[in-house]
Ligand binder design. Sequence first.
Ligand code: OAD
Length: 241
Amino acid sequence: MPNLALDGESWLLVLTGAGVSAESGLPTFRDANGLWERHRVEDVATPEAFERDPALVWRFYSQRRAAAEGCRPNAGHLAIAEVERRLGDRFLLVTQNVDGLHARAGSRRVVELHGSLFTSRCSRCDRDPFPDDRLYERDLPECDACHARIRPHIVWFGEPLFPADIHRIDSFLRAARAGRPVFLAAGTSGNVYPAAGLVHQARATGAETWLVNAEPAENGAAFDHFVQGRGAGILPRLLGP
Ligand code: OAD
């Protein structure tokens, strides 16, 4: 089993996707039995869907809230949190997952690139996003300030990433040039951009690039190393001292 051989010069950027939470019991999107087999993206994960049928969209995200709350971080999440404790500010985790499991495993330097299941915000005014773990079926929440609908704090298809997140990733990669940059993607099919383009950005800073995934990824050609298999088994050994 290979090891990243991280040392005092290493800067590690990790990108995770749904595969990292699979062994906690959460379905991925594009595998057999994945979420996109049972739901159409256009019905539940676009601003137009929310406009058309907010109750359906809230039902989908309420089910996902309940599922995420009912499961626990696995050995993959824990290994990622552990390597952060060793590297400190020379570590950054970018996750496409909205399930909160990385934070529950102890990760602190986390960019939630696609938002968070446990945060909501107003769909109209600029009131700050707020923590929210309630389940909505019929009575949909409204903004206290402007009475517009409250929506999940999720980056839907067709929406841009949060500028502050892009800035944080760019700054990290700039700083990483001072040392030995390493990029690791885990549990992601490499289908969804801009996240799938992060490997190219990392390569441009001179990073060595690693992929841990159950199957070859769509953007797999951009990686120097591919370790095929399950995250909970591989990540503790790959990231271990
Ligand atoms: P996908 O469902 O596209 O890909 C999950 C990947 O994880 C697949 O390539 C699997 O082979 C792999 N996998 C499954 N189980 C695994 C395991 N135990 N260990 C390691 N790998 C495993 O999920 P994402 O790439 O995260 O966006 O999808 C990206 C985005 O598309 C999501 O953030 C979501 C989705 O539509 C939004 O909802 C905005």
